[in-house]
Each structure stands twice: as structure tokens, then as C-alpha cells.
Ligand binder design. Structure first.
Ligand code: UDP
Length: 415
């Protein structure tokens, strides 16, 4: 079983990549590593931990995953911390701050046996950040992993989070712009996709055709796609405007695919605006998909000729990575993590306006040779930079690097 999982990744990511992981993991064999976050499912963090932990175990590392839990007040506050780190001015009432600290104190006691002697502890995001203050005699190295776009945090929120994060041995951010002034080592590790997940595995052509048919898409007509929550920062109206500009000259179809809006009143409003903008044009499909529609999204990304991600702000943009993995050039908003992935004129185009997006769509639809070449490069770019194996390699390298200073030298065997 252990060999199986590594063999599957060797097929997807390359044998040398997996060999390299084995070499890096050797000095860490038997090391007790614990990841802590606040949810077992839902969201990118849980998605990635669900894959990273079994991979680390397959490499001989004693990896575990713990989840802290609290009451409604705790989640209300941690949601505010999240929004505040992303720059929104949020209220931080004293009684909720005390509840946050109390929940961390209680979870510290529940997890004392696991965390006290662990060699490495990775604390994800602000929810469990205060755990460390309850381990004054900790044995291992504690690292805070921030997945949030903290480029311009709300100052009072950052001041509050900073007091918990400062005593860590190191922290990890996704992009250089998100890093913060902190008195310890900081590492940059962008997110990744799992090539073996339902969202990204190869699909039989028949399955892609079936999804096309189910959603009444014309197999003969060029198709552009944006997959996103219905959120203004994803600019779905800008995507429709770009499509309309192209449609004056070149026949094509647009698919906007996004998740349910039931628990988010703003998403519902955005979805209505999108529906109004798309009204009367049968070549624009606005799809509302269930949260587990991974294979459908996979098939739509494969069915598309070009994928758009015209965000006005974007932490990383996993949808960009997913599309590129499927060999699609991406026309993306010139912002955040999209800039890390869309290399201008190489894997796609960065744009700032619907007119800019329309210009690039027309160009690519008329230059199939360029479209195909960009798609191939995009796939290769993800293969080299944004697969989970690279993510794991960087975690291993950080663990080894943090041990230097503790044990003076490390030995990575090459055999
Ligand atoms: N996604 C999904 N269903 C949807 C919309 C998005 O499964 O209806 C997935 C998408 O494939 C990607 C993730 O949710 O894996 C979105 O991540 P991204 O970084 O692009 O944006 P975020 O939603 O985190 O701002």
C-alpha cells in the first residue's frame, strides 16, 4: 500500500521526483510530525492535508493530523480573523477574543500528549495559532503556516494574530507579498494540486462528451470557461462582457461554473446579476454545481478551448492551476497568485479589462498553433511547479533546514 501510493505519484509527477522525496525523507524517518487545523473537510487546507499526510507516511515519516474544535463564537471570531488578514476592517469584541483563547487553551490540553513531544508541529492559519502559548517546554520545532492573502491586513487584526505567531520557530506564506515582518525565519511555499484527485485525473473522452451533452454545449463551437464561486472579486460580469465583445466577430460559447449560493447572500446577488447579464443568449451557460462536482469541473476544464480567471483579487487561484494542468492557456486577471502561474505570452495572458480579455480570446481562437503551444507549456509549468510532490518536497526541505542549527549537520543520502 505504501509503495503503491508513491508509485502512482511517480507515474504522474516523474520517478526522479519521487526518488528525490525519498532521499529528503530519509533523515526524517520516524520523525513525529503533526499538522493542526480547524476542519477535516471543506476548503483547500483540508484538501491538501488529506493528501500530504498519507504521502509523508508512505515516506516513513510518522505524520498525523489533528483538528481543533470550538463553539459558534470561536468560528465567528476566526472567520473575522481570516477576513481581517485579507484586509477587511472587522470587529474584534473582547468576549470573542477571550473565547478564542479559551478554545485554544482547552484544545491544548486535549492535544498535550500529541504535541508536547512531536518533532515538528505545523499550525495552519490563525484558528489554532494560540496553541503554542500552552507549550512553554515544547520539544519540537513549531511552524505557523498561513494560507491567507495577508498582503494588506487590517492592522488591529494583524496585531492580535501577531502576538500568537511571533514565538513560532518559523512561518510559511504562499507568496512573497503575503509575508509579514516577524522575528523568525519565513519560507515561501505556494499551494499545489493533486494530479490524482477526481478534479485532475485524466478522463475518458466519452465522459467529457457526456458532460458537454448534459449541459447542452455545442461540440463544434469554441468554448471559453470560468470556474469560480459567484463572487465580485472573480469578476463574472467582466467575463460576460469579454465574451460579448468576442461574439460580435467570432462564434463561441461561454460557460460560467460555480458552486451553490445558499449560505452566502452576496453570492446569491452576484449570481442574479450574472443571470441577468447572460439572459437571452443561449450560448452563455451559467451553471450552479453541487460542492462535490469535481469530475464535472474536471470535464468542463477539459472541454474548454481557453480558460478565463478574470479575478480582480486572487490569493492563489487553484482554478488556474487546474486548467493549466489540463493543457489550457489561461487568460487571467493581473493580480495575486495568478501572476505566479500565468506567464505573459508563455502560459497565457494577464489582463486588466474585459477588452483586454476579449482581445486575447480572439487572438488565441484565430491562432490555434499558439493556443496549443501555450497549453502544452501551461501543463509543463504546473508539472514543474505546482504539483503536490513539489509542495511536499518544500515541506521536507524546511524540516531539514530547521533542524540545522539544532543538530549542526544533516545528511541526505544519494543511493
Ligand atoms: N470549485 C469547486 N466548485 C465550484 C467552484 C470552485 O469545486 O463551484 C473549486 C475549484 O475547482 C478550486 C477551488 O474550488 O479547486 C477554488 O479555489 P481558488 O483558489 O481558485 O479560489 P477560492 O474559491 O479559494 O477563492
Amino acid at each position: 500500500m505504501m509503495a503503491d501510493i508513491l508509485d502512482s505519484y511517480a507515474q504522474a509527477a516523474g520517478q526522479d521526483v519521487v526518488d528525490h522525496l525519498r532521499q529528503l525523507a530519509k533523515p526524517l524517518a520516524g520523525a513525529r510530525v503533526v499538522h493542526v487545523n480547524s476542519t477535516r473537510e471543506g476548503g483547500g487546507v483540508a484538501e491538501i492535508l488529506g493528501k500530504l499526510i498519507p504521502l509523508k507516511r508512505a515516506l516513513g515519516i510518522d505524520a498525523g493530523w489533528e483538528v481543533i474544535t470550538g463553539g459558534p463564537g470561536f468560528y465567528q471570531l476566526t472567520k473575522s480573523l481570516h477576513n481581517g488578514l485579507q484586509g477587511r476592517a472587522v470587529p474584534l469584541p473582547q468576549h470573542l477574543l477571550r473565547e478564542y483563547e479559551q478554545v485554544n487553551a482547552e484544545n491544548a490540553e486535549l492535544l498535550r500528549g500529541v504535541l508536547q513531544d512531536a518533532d515538528f508541529v505545523f499550525i495552519h492559519d490563525p484558528q489554532p495559532a494560540a496553541l503554542l502559548s500552552h507549550f512553554p517546554d515544547r520539544k519540537g520545532i513549531w511552524i505557523w503556516r498561513c494560507h491567507i492573502d495577508a498582503q494588506r491586513p487590517h492592522r488591529p487584526t494583524w496585531r492580535y494574530v501577531r502576538q500568537w505567531v511571533t514565538p513560532y520557530d518559523a512561518s510559511i506564506f504562499s507568496l512573497p507579498e503575503f509575508a509579514q515582518p516577524l522575528p523568525h525565519r519565513q519560507f515561501l511555499v505556494p499551494p499545489s494540486i493533486d494530479p490524482l484527485s477526481e478534479k485532475n485525473i485524466d478522463l475518458p473522452e466519452g465522459e467529457v462528451a457526456a458532460v458537454r451533452q448534459k449541459h447542452d454545449l455545442d461540440p463544434e463551437l469554441p468554448m471559453i470557461l470560468q470556474v469560480s464561486r459567484y463572487d465580485r472579486f472573480k469578476d463574472p460580469l467582466g467575463v460576460i462582457a469579454a465574451y460579448q465583445l468576442v461574439a460580435h466577430h467570432t462564434p463561441l460559447q461561454l460557460v460560467l461554473a460555480g458552486g451553490g449560493a445558499s449560505d452566502d447572500p452576496e453570492a446569491e446577488a452576484v449570481l442574479s446579476e450574472v443571470r441577468v447579464a447572460a439572459e437571452g443568449d443561449p450560448r452563455v451557460k451559467v451553471l450552479l454545481l453541487p460542492p462535490d462536482a469535481h469530475r464535472t469541473i474536471n470535464a468542463l476544464q477539459r472541454a474548454a478551448d481557453i480558460v478565463l480567471q478574470k479575478s480582480l483579487r486572487e490569493g492563489f487561484g487553484l482554478t488556474v492551476t487546474e486548467a493549466m494542468w489540463k493543457g489550457k492557456p489561461v487568460i487571467g486577471g493581473d493580480t495575486g497568485g495568478i501572476r505566479l502561474q500565468v506567464v505573459q505570452h508563455y502560459t497565457g495572458f494577464l489582463v486588466r479589462t474585459p477588452e483586454g480579455a476579449a482581445l486575447r480570446v480572439r487572438y488565441l481562437l484565430h491562432r490555434r498553433d499558439v493556443l496549443n503551444m501555450m497549453g502544452e507549456r501551461a501543463h509543463r509549468f504546473v508539472w514543474e511547479n505546482f504539483l503536490i510532490t513539489r509542495h511536499l518536497r518544500e515541506y521536507l526541505a524546511i524540516m531539514l533546514g530547521m533542524r540545522v542549527g539544532q543538530t549542526e549537520r544533516i545528511e541526505v543520502g544519494f543511493d
